[in-house]
Design a protein around this ligand. Structure first.
Ligand code: GLA
Length: 674
């Protein structure tokens, strides 16, 4: 009897369970949290983002989801959860910092709960959200309005009451599909790269005409002014111009399949960097591990990968070619300067001139890095007090580019200028927000660079303080950072992108706003890994930086370029948008929900338009507001990534079907039919 009773009970409970009548608890930490996206680190189960036990306002918790703003976890509930409860807060592990973040819960597109902005030390806030019927739940953490620095956020004791199910699927709304859009270049020659080049009278001239197509290829130039000559094998033009003026040249490239030609303008005058600098920089990949050998290998890879044939030119050494103040790595220790005050490179860079010659010999150019303070951001020797010697060293070695990075200059303002490590702290923004002190050190170096017997592109790096775009030109700056350091996260790229419009009117030939380097390929600041940006995010990143007329500095390991990354970096029609001689920067002319439409005017009267989807739903629309984008009359619409004309539209009457993936882009060019 007893036995039968138990069997009946088990059967009944099975029926109830299958019918979903049994409440069941599912802990958040049991779900697959790897689908979450976040601004830093990786999502963690039962640990903080830094891998520690959870502590909020002094209390510890065992279970939960450790993340970092901006963060999003999408959970498919399919109506099978009734309640979500949790405690939320900022983890104590970031003591001493000033994080702020807000926790938000959305169900089927509606906001169900928000925590209010939380700070470090706030007691964990309880949340209890009824979920009956909710199909898709989003756990979101925003940056609390002050950027996402140190926003280590915890969802602790977080659990669902369910209708009987024992788990839920999580999901990342941004596609992981890798797809290649850039067509392979044809075998016949096609000239690529900049259409205009600026040089100062008397400076050594170096410009490489570039082309795609089968090799061998022979280059020539019609109407090359006196003083210049072209190497027909490499396309490199060298020499010197003494007369200011504009020289209209025609570049030609010939191979077994045919001949291509393109107009090219040389402007000899005051201004250089007439198109945004394109190249590579060591920082995002190697950081403090940079060496002359790695720089040479990057330069070699620029050639062997074929990137050189698309206009990529600069090979820039970032921080850590100088000796360091406190590194334990002996290769970075040594005299900062010689008796005459000349900078002494560290032991990884034994021959700066030899290195510059090597890079020039490949047809490329070379750059390096310093700081106006006594120390660079990484604690290496900076230029403070030795600016003249440094500018002269750079010129003597044959460098073409200097990135000059604020960092410890705040200490100079604080009256701590000595080269005494015990007296200086590292990075400080102090003084950078006061116009006078912000301008001063850059003016010193900018003027000194102008006095050198060669053209050195001056890249001002102070993260956009004191609206640098308004005065960067006055210190001879050719480009200036408009932002803090980029990382390979969607949060970083998105926030930088959304912040560029205010500086846009100041972009012009010789003056470029710099939203920081590219985070595609293997990046990782000394610990390289494939960029965490999803493929669509990478298309958006490259499209936007091209529309922004931004310096394009590849930040990845050049020896690990894969087909997808090469496809991003070798699309000549996308590069042409960036390099357009008119030098305008795109701005957002229309917003439709999360779709932002960026428009860049081009020299030939056409417009490059980026339909950029910053949201989490695919945008699928019939677009007709062409007048808002300044598009008039009949236009041919060209898909730049696919390099294909896709439609003819009448700006007044046509509808254009536009489908933009989540965090992706559609990049079109509209050319009026005359
Ligand atoms: C700062 C800059 C970076 C890089 C490092 C080097 O953080 O913004 O781009 O140059 O310094 O230390």
């Amino acid at each position: 009897m007893k036995k039968r009773f138990f069997i009946a009970l088990i059967l009944l409970s099975n029926i109830l369970f299958a019918g979903g009548l049994y409440a069941q608890t599912v802990w958040l930490d049991q779900l697959d949290l790897s689908a979450a996206t976040q601004g830093y680190g990786t999502p963690r189960s039962n640990k903080t983002v830094d891998g520690r036990p959870f502590t909020i306002a002094g209390k510890t918790y065992e279970r939960g989801f450790g993340s970092h703003a901006e963060s999003l976890l999408t959970i498919i509930l399919d109506g099978k959860a009734t309640l979500f409860t949790a405690l939320v807060g900022i983890d104590d592990e970031v003591k001493g910092q000033r994080p702020a973040a807000e926790f938000v819960i959305n169900g089927d597109g509606k906001q169900l709960w928000r925590s209010g902005v939380m700070h470090l030390g706030d007691e964990a806030r309880p949340c209890s959200v009824k979920l009956d019927g909710v199909k898709k739940l989003e756990l979101v953490v925003t940056d609390g309005g002050n950027g996402n620095y140190y926003d280590h956020v915890d969802w602790v004791d977080a659990k669902f009451e369910t209708t009987g199910v024992t788990t839920f699927k999580t999901y990342n709304p941004v596609s992981s599909e890798v797809y290649i859009l850039t067509p392979k270049p044809s075998a016949s020659p096609k000239i690529t790269g900049a259409k205009v080049f600026g040089v100062r009278p008397g400076s050594p001239f170096q410009f490489m005409a570039t082309a795609t197509g089968d090799r061998p290829m022979t280059f020539s130039a019609v109407n090359l002014p006196k003083g210049l000559k072209m190497d027909p094998k490499t396309g490199v033009i060298t020499g010197k111009l003494t007369q200011t003026g504009t020289y209209n040249v025609v570049l030609k490239a010939k191979n077994a399949k045919g001949v291509a030609e393109r107009k090219f303008r040389i402007v000899c005058g005051d201004r250089i960097a007439l198109t945004p600098p394109m190249g590579w920089n060591s920082w995002n990949c190697f950081a403090q591990e940079v060496s002359a050998d790695r720089v040479k290998r990057a330069a070699n890879a620029m050639v062997s990968s074929g990137l050189i044939n698309h206009g990529w030119t600069y090979i820039n050494i970032d921080d850590f070619w100088e000796n360091n103040r406190d590194s334990r790595d002996q290769s970075l220790r040594g005299k900062f300067r010689d008796e005459a005050g000349n900078i002494v490179p560290n032991s990884r860079f034994t021959d700066m001139k030899g290195l510059a010659d090597y890079v020039h010999g490949l047809g490329l150019k070379i750059g390096l890095y310093s700081s106006p303070g006594p120390w660079t951001c990484g604690g290496c020797a900076g230029s403070y007090g030795y600016e003249k010697q440094d500018a002269e060293s750079y010129a003597k070695w044959g460098f073409d580019y200097l990135k000059y990075d604020w960092c410890s200059y705040g200490n100079v303002i604080d009256g701590l200028p000595e080269n005494d490590p015990s007296k200086v702290s590292s990075l400080s923004y102090k003084g950078g927000n006061v116009l006078e002190t912000a301008v001063k050190p850059f003016k010193v170096m900018g003027d000194l660079l102008r006095q050198q017997p060669r053209d050195i592109v001056f890249s001002v790096c102070q993260y956009g303080m004191s609206d640098v775009w308004k005065w960067g030109d006055s210190v001879n700056g050719n480009c200036w950072r408009t932002t803090n350091d980029i990382t390979d996260t969607w949060t970083s790229v998105k926030n930088i992108a959304l912040n560029q419009d205010k500086s846009a009117p100041y972009a012009k030939p010789g003056n470029w706003n710099d939203p920081d380097m590219l985070v595609v390929g293997h990046v990782g600041w000394g610990n390289p890994h494939p960029s965490k940006l999803k493929p669509d995010e990478q298309y958006l990143h490259i499209s936007l930086w091209s529309l922004f007329a931004a310096p394009l500095l590849i930040g990845c390991d050049m020896e690990k370029l894969d087909d997808f990354t090469l496809n991003l970096l070798t699309n000549d029609e996308v590069i042409d948008v960036n390099q357009d001689p008119l030098g305008k920067q795109a701005t957002c002319l229309q917003t439709m929900g999360d779709l932002r439409i960026y428009v860049k005017e081009l020299e030939d009267g056409s417009r490059a338009v980026g339909f950029c989807n910053f949201g989490l739903d695919v945008v699928d629309i019939s677009y007709k507001d062409f007048a808002k984008l300044g598009i008039k009359g009949q236009n041919v619409v060209r898909d730049l990534w696919r390099q294909k004309d896709i439609a003819k539209i009448d700006s007044q009457t046509s509808d254009l079907k536009i489908k933009v993936p989540v965090h992706g882009v559609v990049l079109y060019k509209f050319s009026q039919v005359k």
